[in-house]
Each structure stands twice: as structure tokens, then as C-alpha cells.
Design a protein. Structure first.
Length: 304
């Protein structure tokens, strides 16, 4: 996942260029999933923990360079959500990458998307959201259905990542109110990277990496953190935030395709159907929520 999707809004004065924006979003999504697949190639040598440690370091360095957080000026009221978000970063990436190792890229990323979908649906009284929930629920059950080969720990870890993503969205809202710009996310990424530094040293000491494994782990950090973050910032300048949110929903499909092409991970027809349903539910929930938000703002602006 990337951090730009819920922390930035499209400027009201931006001149939308949908075609260019869609290409950038597609490139960002592919980069994210190819990066995860590259990380998976290093699992046999340094394991998911080693890959996550390298990824967190890369993400921390990038976000600190971009966000330039003024840590000495942070108050206790600002530090609490920063520390919470750092914990979410650390837990989400470790649980997701371990899930990818156990159940495959496509299923892990699809189950992770249950997090933002749940946040979008909880508390809503719109009929369309109820329909989305009624559609997505059985689809999740299909993906997690008991089979002889079902890896329940892998499924559980993917759902932990989903919970973390939901918490990420809620914490980011709080950070956006208390910390200016991208400083909050940058500080959280830095804390998470520092926490993983001794873990990474321990893992790499006991599981000596090969040059290829380190290369794959660095590629995971760059392709799944650095490239999506920067590209998403550019994309949000050319497309409406609503379109960005809807397009994010195609990531499970991209993950399943990358898992097939890069890692040789095959899904059956029922899994593909369930992924399609969850993607559609995400897209509809994001799209209709965006239209409703604009309608409310327009009514307020017109004194309605």
C-alpha cells in the first residue's frame, strides 16, 4: 500500500488530465505489486521480516526527505497519533508480507482491502453501502473458505493487515488535523524504520543475505514505497481525489496478475470471481462517497 491515498487532496484549481492521471495511477499500482513480488523472491533467503526491515528503512528515508518533519517542535498531542501510525506501519507491512509468503500475493492484497472498505461502510446509512457490504461479505467468505490446502494463519495475517489499514486511515485523519503537510506520515515512517533497524540487523546476521536477496529487498522498498508515494503525489494533481480512490480498488486485480506472472501463483475461477466482487464493492463505495461529499459541500456553499 502507499501513503498518499488518504493524506492529500486534489487542489481545487487543478486542471484535470484524466488520461495522464490514469496512466500514473496504473504505473503506481503496478510498481507497488511488482515491488511486493520482488520482496517475495527474497523470502527464501532473508524471510519476510528481513524484507520488511529493508522496506521500512527505504520508506523512512524517503518520507523524511519529502516530509521534513520538525520533530523537536512536535507536542505530546501530536506525538501520540505519530507513534500509533508508526506501530500500524510496522505491523501492517510485516503481517501483509508474511501473508504473501503463505497464501500468495493476490489473496493477501485482496483481503487487505477489506480494511478500507470496512471503514467506508461502517456507520453509513446509505442503501448503496449496504449493498456493497452484502456483496463483499460473501466474497471474503469465498476467499477464506475452508479447503484442504487453506493456510488459516496466512488468511489471519492478511486480515490483520486489513485492520491495520483501517486504523491507518483513521489515524491519518487525526494526524491531518494536528500535524501540517506530510510531516506526520514522515515522522511515523522514521520511527517505524528505527524500530526495525535492530530487527533487520539481527535477521540479516542470522540469515546471511545474498546479493540477489538484498537487491530484491531494496527493489521492494523502492517499488512499493518510494515510486508509488511520489507518483501518487503527481497523480493527485491531475485527477480528482474520487477517481484516485476508485482506481486504488484495482490493486487486488493487479496483485493477482503480478502474482501469476512473476511468482507463478495461480488462483481458481471462484477466487477470481470473489476478487472481482470485492474490487467492485470498493470502487462503488469510494465513487458514491466522493459524489456525496461533493454534493454536501455544494449545498453548504449555496447555503442549503
Amino acid at each position: 500500500m502507499t501513503t498518499a491515498s488518504h493524506t492529500h487532496e486534489t487542489p481545487a484549481t487543478a486542471d484535470p488530465q484524466p488520461a495522464l492521471g490514469v496512466l500514473m495511477m496504473l504505473g503506481s499500482g503496478l510498481s507497488n505489486q511488482v515491488g511486493a513480488a520482488m520482496g517475495a523472491l527474497a523470502f527464501p533467503v532473508i524471510g519476510p521480516v528481513g524484507v520488511v526491515a529493508v522496506r521500512q528503512l527505504v520508506a523512512g528515508l524517503l518520507l523524511v526527505a519529502v516530509g521534513r518533519p520538525r520533530l523537536r517542535e512536535f507536542t505530546a498531542r501530536q506525538w501520540w497519533p505519530v507513534l500509533g501510525l508508526a506501530m500500524v506501519f510496522a505491523t501492517m507491512n510485516l503481517s501483509l508480507y508474511t501473508a504473501i509468503d503463505r497464501i500468495g500475493l493476490g489473496l493477501a492484497v485482496t483481503l487487505e482491502f477489506v480494511g478500507p472498505l470496512t471503514v467506508a461502510l461502517v456507520g453509513s446509512r446509505r442503501m448503496i453501502d449496504l449493498v456493497c457490504a452484502l456483496a463483499a461479505g460473501p466474497a471474503v467468505v469465498v476467499l477464506t473458505r475452508p479447503q484442504a490446502s487453506t493456510d488459516y494463519l496466512g488468511v489471519g495475517l492478511a486480515l490483520v493487515a486489513a485492520v491495520c489499514w483501517g486504523c491507518y486511515i483513521l489515524l491519518n485523519r487525526t494526524l491531518g488535523q494536528r500535524v501540517p503537510g506530510a510531516q506526520g506520515s514522515a515522522a511515523a515512517a522514521a520511527v517505524s524504520a528505527l524500530a526495525y533497524l535492530p530487527v533487520g540487523v539481527f535477521v540479516l546476521w542470522h540469515r546471511p543475505p545474498t546479493v540477489a536477496a538484498i537487491g530484491y529487498a531494496l527493489a521492494a522498498g523502492l517499488l512499493s514505497s518510494a515510486v508509488p508515494f511520489l507518483v501518487d503525489l503527481l497523480a493527485l494533481r491531475t485527477v480528482p481525489a474520487q477517481l484516485f480512490g476508485v482506481f486504488m480498488s484495482v490493486n487486488p486485480v493487479l496483485a493477482a496478475l503480478v502474482g501469476l506472472l512473476v511468482l507463478g501463483q495461480r488462483l481458481d475461477h471462484l477466487d477470481w470471481f470473489a476478487i472481482t466482487v470485492i474490487v467492485a464493492a470498493n470502487a462503488v463505495a469510494a465513487g458514491t462517497a466522493g459524489r456525496r461529499a461533493r454534493s454536501v459541500r455544494a449545498a453548504v456553499a449555496n447555503g442549503g
